[in-house]
Design a protein around this ligand. Structure first.
Ligand SMILES: Cc1cc2nc3c(=O)[nH]c(=O)nc-3n(C[C@H](O)[C@H](O)[C@H](O)COP(=O)(O)OP(=O)(O)OC[C@H]3O[C@@H](n4cnc5c(N)ncnc54)[C@H](O)[C@@H]3O)c2cc1C
Ligand code: SF4
Length: 483
């Protein structure tokens, strides 16, 4: 039973961010620690609703009121058990999730929602510090079946952990040099320290998951060999084909894809030599695209010492509070500012880029026009053309689907009209024994959806190999966010 007056007594609070001048000098996470008493107060704001809409908002079906109450009463180990019952990697989502659960929280109808994500991260981090969360749980009995997981992002890792715990022999193939997918080379360190990822990977390895890096399946390992060596395959290759901007000057040097920039920046932190064309130091940086990827470029460019950073968004500036078109419990349309946006630079809304200009093959600027986004088009306002100086332009326009050449084409995988991989109710593709999880099947999405898909796909694989499965299956493939 929750504290019936908690939400009346306490206000929502979240961890403070480190001072901007300090955090711009390093790549450490931006948030200050949050104390145990502060966390308990936030958990005490939960009303333990008869119908907890936070569950509906979370693709994993996280048992939020249960662990809020356990935290309020100081039962941290039990809270961790309840949290890990639905989420393999709460330390990732506690840091990185945009928290659709909070958008659906009943308290949010008339007050600030419960700070669910903060409580989640505190439970996860505490359980890791105590040594409980990362204790390996190897399967007691081996099934003798072998599963290949292709791609090591959150979907592949969740599937791998579930399948290993069910007794299957799991090998994760990753074409990059290190494991983690976008959590390794996309998302910057100031959002999640890589030690957090490495600690969880050590647990998977101790549970028997084998990792093979530098192996692009379909190129370095043929699909014939893949099928011959494994009883089932999970494709978790992400949605990696970038959306392009086909305007004059696109091929100037210095007009780069956001992912090329972020991957290089993350690799430099691992000791790779910087590539001058992809270093923002001293440059006027313009980011085209108003989403998360753009915000990650923004914070990265500021830390690299850019002369200026401007992020362009084709949409008009959203309102500061929930817009009437997105009433509770759907995920609210409102102005979202990431930590990076308070560190400098500027955001410009309601503009479209019409062309780039350059000298000697290098970009020097771009032309913009103000206007309004309508459907997938843009209606320019006459007389609003402007020009921006730019030495580095980063295209952060999203992704259109998984890469087909090699793995998907060679397997003969069916692709939907949306460019994603078709799957049945058990996450199996048109090829028997070949499953799909994460952005490759769903399209560009979030870590929480990828983990949920990995868990459900694992249940599908387990049932296919064993004739039935007791693994949790939180998500039907057609599920979408509340809207
Ligand atoms: C810059 C950026 C920032 C983001 N920030 C957030 C955030 O803060 N919060 C959030 O919830 N979501 C965020 N997202 C979205 C989130 O990262 C993705 O939804 C999630 O990582 C998808 O997981 P996945 O496992 O499906 O694929 P991915 O994480 O994309 O992993 C796919 C992996 O498959 C590998 N691969 C591909 N083809 C092959 C092959 N043939 N053989 C072997 N390996 C292969 C790739 O190298 C990659 O490592 C962000 C996305 C981007 C691009
Ligand atoms: S909807 Fe909000 S208040 Fe209700 S149980 Fe969930 S977190 Fe608690």
């Amino acid at each position: 039973m929750a504290d019936p007056f908690g939400f009346l007594k306490y206000e929502r609070a979240t961890p403070a961010r480190r001072p901007v001048p300090l955090r711009l000098r390093d790549w450490n996470e931006v948030y200050e620690p949050f104390s145990e008493p502060e966390t308990k107060v936030q958990a005490a704001r939960c009303m333990d609703c008869g119908i907890p809409f936070c569950h509906q908002g979370c693709p994993l079906g996280n048992l939020i009121p249960e662990w809020n109450e356990l935290v309020r009463t100081g039962r941290w180990d039990d809270a961790s058990e309840r949290l890990h019952a639905t989420n393999n990697f709460p330390e990732f989502t506690g840091r990185l999730c945009p928290a659709p659960c909070e958008g659906a929280c009943v308290l949010g109808i008339g007050d600030d929602p419960v700070a669910i994500k903060v409580v989640e991260q505190q439970i996860a981090d505490r359980a890791i510090a105590d040594g409980n969360a990362l204790v390996p749980h190897p399967a007691a009995v081996s099934t003798g079946k072998k599963v290949a997981v292709v791609g090591s992002g959150p979907a592949g890792l969740a599937a791998a952990q579930q399948l290993a715990r069910a007794g299957h022999e799991v090998v994760v193939f990753e074409r990059d040099g290190r494991i983690g997918g976008l959590m390794r080379y996309g998302i910057p360190e100031f959002k999640m320290d890589r030690a957090v990822l490495d600690a969880r990977l050590a647990q998977l390895a101790a549970e028997g998951v084998r990792f093979i890096t530098h192996c692009a399946v379909g190129i370095d390992l043929s699909v014939t060999d893949l099928r011959r060596r494994f009883n089932a395959v999970v494709i978790a290759t992400g949605s990696t084909v970038p959306r392009e901007l086909q305007v004059q000057g696109r091929r100037f040097e210095g007009v780069e894809l956001a992912m090329a920039y972020l991957v290089q920046a993350n690799k430099v932190l691992e000791g790779s030599p910087p590539v001058a064309a992809l270093d923002a130091s001293g440059k006027h940086v313009v980011i085209i695209g108003g989403g998360d990827t753009g915000a990650d470029c923004y914070g990265t460019a500021l830390r690299q010492g850019a002369a200026s950073v401007t992020q362009l968004d084709i949409h008009l500036q959203p309102p500061m509070t929930r817009h009437a078109s997105t009433p509770w419990p759907v995920y609210p349309l409102l102005l979202r500012s990431s930590a990076a946006h308070e560190e400098g630079g500027r955001r410009v809304f309601g503009v479209n880029s019409t062309s780039f200009e350059g000298e000697a093959g290098r970009v020097t600027g771009l032309h913009l026009v103000e206007g309004k986004r309508v459907g997938s088009g843009f209606i320019p306002s006459a007389g609003t053309e402007t020009h921006l100086q730019a030495d580095l332009v980063l295209l952060a326009l999203g992704f259109v689907g998984p890469e087909r050449a090699g793995l998907l084409d060679d397997l003969g995988i069916d692709i939907s009209d949306r460019g994603t991989i078709n799957r049945d109710d058990d996450y199996m593709t048109n090829i028997p024994g070949v499953f799909v999880a994460g952005d490759a099947g769903r399209g560009q999405s979030l870590i929480v959806w990828a983990i949920a898909e990995g868990r459900s796909a694992a249940a599908g694989v387990d049932a296919y190999l064993s004739g039935g499965s007791s693994l949790p299956d939180p998500l039907v493939p057609t599920a979408v966010a509340l809207r």
